[in-house]
Write a protein that binds this ligand. Structure first.
Ligand SMILES: [Zn+2]
Length: 284
C-alpha cells in the first residue's frame, strides 16, 4: 500500500512537467507512443530529452525564443525503427521595453575583457550543447530562491529602437546573502565568476537539461560536484552586470532557453507582480 501511494506521488509530480507548452519560449511535450526500448529523439538534428510515463514515451522539446510559429518535425529512433512525428509551435509575444539613450555609444570592452567574454561564452555553449545520458530528470524543479520576479522571461529591450537579445531567464529579487538552492539534482558543470553574469553556476541534469544561476555573491559548489535538489549552491548577490541583488535563473533544454516558470510549481499560473517591470534588481 505504501508503494502504491509512492507511485501515485511520483506520477502526479511527473505529470506537471508533462504539460504541453508548445509556444515560443516553451516546451513541446509529444507522445511518441510505445517502444520496446527508450527511443532517441532528434529535433533539428539535435538529440532531445525523453520521459517515460506508464507505457508511453514523451519527447520534451525546448522551443527557443528565436523560433517562429509553425509546424515542426521530430524523429524517434530505435535500433530497428525510425518514426516521424509532427507538432505545432504556437506564437507567443513577450514584453517589450524601449529605452532611449542620448547617444548610440555602446560600452566597449577592452581587448582583455573581450577575449575573456568569448572564452566564457564558448565554455557555456559547450555545457548547454552536451547530452549526458547518465542522468535523467523528471523536470519537477523547486524554486531556487523565493522572491518577486523583477524581470520576466523573454522580455526584449530596445536601445534607441535597436533590439538586444531577449531575457533568457527570470530575475528573482531577494535580499543579499539569501541561500540559493539547486532546483534539481545534477552535476555542477560550471562554477566561475563570469564577466557579465558574475558568480555563476550551471547544473547539468542530463539529457540536455541545464539550469543556471547568475549574479550570486559567491558560489557554494565546485565544478564536478554532484548536488542534490535543495542543496545550497550559492547566495544572492549583485556581481557582474547587475543593478541590484537578484538571482538570474535560467532553464535550458536542447540548447534553448525556455521559461523557467514552466518547471517550478511555485510560479505556475501566478501573475507577475506589478514591479515585474521595474529595473531594480535585474541585469542590463
Ligand atoms: Zn536575468
Amino acid at each position: 500500500m505504501k508503494n502504491f501511494f509512492k507511485l501515485l506521488f511520483l506520477l502526479s509530480s511527473t505529470l506537471f512537467a508533462l504539460e504541453n507548452h508548445s509556444y515560443i519560449g516553451g516546451i513541446a511535450v509529444i507522445n511518441v507512443g510505445v517502444f520496446e526500448e527508450k527511443p532517441k529523439i532528434f529535433y533539428k538534428a539535435k538529440e532531445a530529452k525523453v520521459i517515460q510515463k506508464e507505457e508511453s514515451y514523451f519527447a520534451i522539446i525546448g522551443i527557443g525564443l528565436d523560433e517562429k510559429a509553425g509546424k515542426r518535425h521530430i524523429v524517434a529512433v530505435t535500433h530497428n525503427k525510425k518514426l516521424d512525428f509532427y507538432f505545432q509551435v504556437h506564437p507567443k509575444s513577450y514584453k517589450k521595453e524601449f529605452i532611449k539613450l542620448k547617444s548610440n555609444k555602446r560600452v566597449t570592452l577592452s581587448k582583455v575583457d573581450l577575449s575573456r567574454f568569448h572564452r566564457e561564452k564558448a565554455k557555456a555553449k559547450k555545457v548547454l550543447g552536451s547530452f549526458n545520458k547518465t542522468l535523467s530528470s523528471d523536470l519537477d524543479f523547486i524554486t531556487p530562491v523565493h522572491g518577486r520576479i523583477s524581470s520576466p522571461f523573454g522580455k526584449r529591450r530596445y536601445f534607441n529602437n535597436k533590439p538586444k537579445a531577449p531575457h533568457s531567464g527570470i530575475d528573482i529579487a531577494a535580499k543579499r546573502e539569501t541561500p540559493i538552492l539547486a532546483a534539481e539534482s545534477g552535476y555542477v558543470a560550471i562554477s566561475e565568476e563570469f564577466f557579465f553574469n558574475g558568480n555563476t553556476i550551471y547544473i547539468d541534469h542530463g539529457e540536455g537539461v541545464v539550469t543556471l544561476y547568475c549574479h550570486m555573491s559567491k558560489c557554494a559548489a565546485q565544478e564536478g560536484d554532484f548536488v542534490l535538489k535543495g542543496d545550497i549552491i550559492g547566495y544572492v548577490g549583485t556581481t557582474g552586470r547587475s543593478t541590484g541583488p537578484h538571482l538570474h535563473f535560467g532553464v535550458v533544454l536542447n540548447s534553448k532557453s525556455v521559461d523557467p516558470r514552466i518547471f517550478v510549481k511555485d510560479y505556475a499560473g501566478t501573475k507577475l507582480s506589478k514591479s515585474a517591470f521595474s529595473q531594480i534588481g535585474s541585469e542590463k
